[in-house]
Write a protein that binds this ligand. Structure first.
Ligand code: AHM
Ligand code: MG
Length: 329
């Protein structure tokens, strides 16, 4: 039993039972409860009438899936219960959602999340997930300011994701390494299964949607052509792996080593992925795992967001690979 470490015990112990860790533990426990509910719905997908489009268009001009709506409502409602969360930024909501109930008078944290990342994979039984990052507010006044919810990733106090795959996992960091927990469905608890994850030195995988090849610039095409010929540090030719769920692609590359690339192209002149809840959470985690994330010019963690749903090009994985990619951008 002593080797059985659950999430709360781990988080508090990692952070020497500081006040902040107690507050974060409360927030993360709310996220965990929401994730368990979403996980339950995801595994029931196909059995119940929760799949398929609702017919609505979200703020990103994409079709909203029912499971997205469920995930969004569940995460926001459960975060609202926490006395520590002041506001939530969600991919599914155009504006920041500020909590003004009596129990939020002294709330100091802002959570940004993508409630259901990889939603194009919902209907085909492929892994999806929830990405999140937590900031502490910087202003002291009664009213939340833009400076509170548009902070650079380097200011984050915690980041992580849930992946609803062959098992449900939580991977998180509060700045002391990256740790993975697997949901044991028999007891309903996330149990520590991957402590202090570090990227493998040899990068074996490259992940990119190559159907956009004709839309890339000449230089970047040359870079991807080279990737196919290039050998990694162990003398092996790389292999391509692309799921189309960032969270699942990231999770695989974190365990196996590799680079994920989503550049700007003619269809997505600013890139497709969103800085606050797709770029920053993974950039924070990859740094903790010994890797690097770039928008092509600079460290993703250094970028101060100008707006909630800002998009960026994203290059993330083993440091050497990402630095090499930067030279072509
Ligand atoms: P989503 O949040 O609407 O699911 O969009 C983000 C997803 C990422 O999970 C994934 O990496 C990317 O979009 C895939 O895009 P594409 O289909 O253009 O390759
Ligand atoms: Mg997403």
């Amino acid at each position: 039993m002593s080797s059985l470490v659950n999430l709360t015990r781990h988080l508090l112990h990692e952070n020497t039972y500081s006040r902040e860790s107690l507050e974060l533990a409360n927030i993360i426990n709310q996220l965990v409860l929401a994730a368990k509910l979403v996980s339950r719905e995801v595994t029931k997908a196909g059995l119940v009438d929760i799949l398929g489009a609702t017919g609505e268009i979200n703020v990103q001009q994409e079709e909203v899936q029912k499971l997205d709506v469920f995930a969004n409502t569940t995460f926001i409602e459960l975060l609202k219960q926490s006395p520590y969360v002041k506001a939530v930024g969600s991919e599914e909501v155009s504006d920041i959602v500020v909590f003004n109930q009596a129990h939020h008078q002294h709330s100091e944290y802002i959570v940004h999340l993508d409630p259901l990342d990889g939603c194009s994979n919902i209907d085909v039984n492929v892994s999806v997930g929830t990405n999140f990052v937590i900031f502490r507010r910087v202003s002291k006044g009664k009213k939340l300011t833009k400076a509170d919810y548009l902070q650079a990733g380097k200011q984050a106090v915690c980041a992580g994701y849930f992946v609803y795959g062959s098992s449900t996992m939580l991977v998180y960091s509060t700045g002391g390494g990256v740790h993975g927990f697997t949901l044991d469905p028999s007891i309903g608890e996330f149990i520590l299964s991957h402590e202090r994850l570090q990227l493998p030195e040899a990068s074996t995988i490259y992940s990119i949607n190559e159907s956009y090849y004709p839309k890339w610039g000449q230089k970047f095409r040359g870079y991807v052509d080279n990737l196919k010929k290039d050998k990694n540090t162990k003398g092996k030719i790389r292999t391509a792996r692309y799921i189309g769920s960032l969270v699942a692609d990231f999770h695989r590359n974190l365990l196996k080593g590799g680079i994920f690339l989503y550049p700007a192209d003619k269809k997505h002149p600013n890139g497709k992925l969103r800085l606050l809840y797709e770029g920053i959470p993974f950039a924070y985690l990859i740094k903790q795992a010994g890797g690097y994330a770039s928008n092509g010019q600079e460290d993703v963690l250094e970028i101060v967001p100008k707006k909630l749903h800002q998009r960026i090009p994203l290059f993330i994985g083993n440091t050497k690979d990402v630095k090499e990619a930067e030279k072509y951008l």
